[in-house]
Design a protein around this ligand. Structure first.
Ligand SMILES: [Zn+2]
Length: 375
């Protein structure tokens, strides 16, 4: 009995650190990507390049030689002034207001009409102010309009008579960003591919940045974690490719470019799993294309039925909502996994590494690992 207890304690002792280790590694990657030094991984202050360099260094530490694939994009960037003075209060970007991503620069004073107190919006020339109870998610655009829209917390402007608005918007043309590809050769030249995007929406002015822990430092961290896992295993039958895209938030630009300029033929991809938004998961996961790619989806569900990795696996049809899409359109069997549940911070300044729960992290990690190994 005592001996059995010792064996049990020994197993607990070696097993617990092993499971924690993966999440610790992922959390380290996630925390770094979400830190202020990476400026929200957009195109202000070279945030995307800094993130790309960091991820390449991490690939090297795993013994995987990273390939950087450059491509050009156009991005509207807010990297200088972004503030509103309403009455005597200075409203803070991100916390008190957000902007329409295609805004042009604005420097003006607005006197609020009497009706503004009673309504939810006000327009003066090309500028529209929306008074909102909850700020909408901040996006990023690849163009600039000849107008500007601001979403401001109602409580901070409805009792004011005037405001001065300051926003510097810079449309950067021909900005060079990078996809990152890490390859682990297997016994054949057919690939299993795991993808995620590392870019996010960047900054709103000099001070506010969007950490993007959920979208998609979480998925990036798992891609790296899986690369680390397979790098430490003996070679698989299939070759493995880990691809981290840029330009996703602008409209899937990185994966679009990659599918037109692949490093190995797309016809050589057996399956692709895209990971984007893994911060939640207490209510399970959604598999995009699960209802069209039956064999792949059933295999995932069987793995989960045997191991109880995640609470529930739901499926839906095709959707152009992440980087699996253009692969799928080119005939690659591509699934996209995102989490379901209570964590909802999204494209705001509060989506931080410190608070993201990732309750299903280990479950999804094991699910994807088993799928890649066994399918
Ligand atoms: Zn995303």
């Amino acid at each position: 009995m005592l001996k059995k207890l010792f064996i049990l304690l020994f197993l607990v002792a070696i097993y617990a650190p092993l499971t924690a280790q993966n999440e610790d590694y992922a959390r380290k990657i996630l925390k770094t990507l979400c830190s202020p030094e990476f400026h929200g991984r957009g195109y202000a202050f070279g945030g995307d390049s800094l993130a790309a360099e960091y991820l390449c260094e991490e690939f090297k530490l795993l013994g995987i030689k990273p390939i950087m694939q450059p491509f050009a994009l156009t991005a509207n960037v807010f990297d200088k002034d972004a503030y509103i003075v309403a009455g005597k209060d200075t409203l803070k970007a991100g916390r008190d207001f957000v902007v329409y991503p295609a805004n042009q620069s604005v420097n003006c004073n607005i006197k609020f009409s009497k009706d503004f107190r009673k309504s939810d919006s006000m327009q003066v020339a090309d500028i529209t102010l929306f008074a909102v109870d909850k700020l909408p998610p901040q996006g990023i655009a690849d163009h600039q309009n000849k107008s500007a829209k601001f979403y401001v917390s109602k409580a901070l402007i409805h009792n004011k008579k005037r405001a001065s608005i300051h926003l510097d918007a810079q449309l950067k043309h021909g900005y060079i960003t990078h996809n990152i590809i890490g390859i682990i050769p297997g016994e054949t030249d057919t690939f299993k591919v795991i993808t995620g995007h590392y870019d996010h929406v960047g900054t709103l002015g000099r001070d506010a940045y969007f950490p993007g822990a959920h979208d998609n430092a979480s998925g990036t961290a798992m891609v790296m974690d899986l690369a680390r896992e397979f790098a430490n295993m003996s070679p698989q039958h299939y070759s493995l490719a880990f691809i981290l895209f840029s330009g996703e938030e602008l409209g899937l630009f990185g994966s679009y470019y990659y599918t037109r300029n692949p490093y190995f033929p797309l016809s050589k991809i057996k399956t692709l799993i895209n990971l984007d938004m893994l911060g939640s998961g207490d209510e399970g996961i959604m598999v995009v294309n699960g209802s069209v790619l039956k064999d792949e989806f059933d295999f995932l569900v069987n793995i989960n039925n045997t191991n109880n990795y995640v609470p529930i696996i739901q499926s839906r049809g095709e959707a152009a909502n992440s980087d699996h899409y253009f692969f799928y359109k080119k005939g690659v069997k591509s699934l996209y996994i995102y989490t379901l549940g209570t964590y909802k911070e999204y494209h705001n300044i509060y989506d931080r590494a410190e608070i993201i729960p990732m309750p299903a992290y280990n479950g999804i990690f094991n699910l994807v690992k088993d799928f890649v190994t066994d399918f």
